[in-house]
Design a protein around this ligand. Sequence first.
Ligand SMILES: [Zn+2]
Length: 264
Amino acid sequence: MKKIGIIGGSGFNKIHGIESIEHIEVNTEYGNPSSSIQRYRVGDLEIYLLKRHGMNHTIAPHKINYKANIEAFSSLGIDKVIAFAASGAIDKSYKLGSLILTSDAIDMTKSRANTFFDKDIVAHIDMSVPFCPNLQNTFLQSAKDANIEVTLNGIAICTEGPRIETPAEIKFFEKIGATTVGMTLFPELTLARERGICYISVAIISNYAAGIEKNKITADMLLENSLKSSENINKITLNLHKYIEYKKTCPCENSIEGTVLNAN
Ligand SMILES: [Zn+2]
């Protein structure tokens, strides 16, 4: 049986059109993940859905236990994860509610537990290919099959939050190449890499970043546009089983090889 994990951000709480088989409570040595994990089955694929902000959306981005979330997937034998994240558009050409496949990323977080390798080991995980190319292809094929447009090559910047950025910060982020801004990509991405999990991130455009449009950014606006896109995400999710690869041909699971510094 093939397995995939999905991390739902704001607005994507369950998969419609199929019944969940069970809710799995997982405890890890790093603590509890954000929510129980809903297990579904479509064809020969098991889908495990985790709600990043908790069952009732009460966990702020800087308070999420990212290590427990990734460890929970790892302990269930899940080696592929698709993460959705409500994001602000820095690139004006992005439409509200659209899906942007992230191809590269910049970490601007400040205070998060960001590695599994913080005890008796020094490892510098390679991020020269930040996202799994094979899983990106699976996602793109599944979207095409559902007739849903996905914009490629987004560059995501991850801020600490929970406040929204200032216009000057957004101008700076634009100058250094970012096209979307969010608060949850790091350390989720790097922890998944450390565990050898194929990981991709899809930005859901929920607002325009500060200074890009004059309107005040409100929580209602973020949620409304995230909800708009959830129907499309659902359709793509139901197609994944047709395109996911059985045998891994990407380098993700061997990510730790050659990265550990050993004094001996
Ligand atoms: Zn991979």
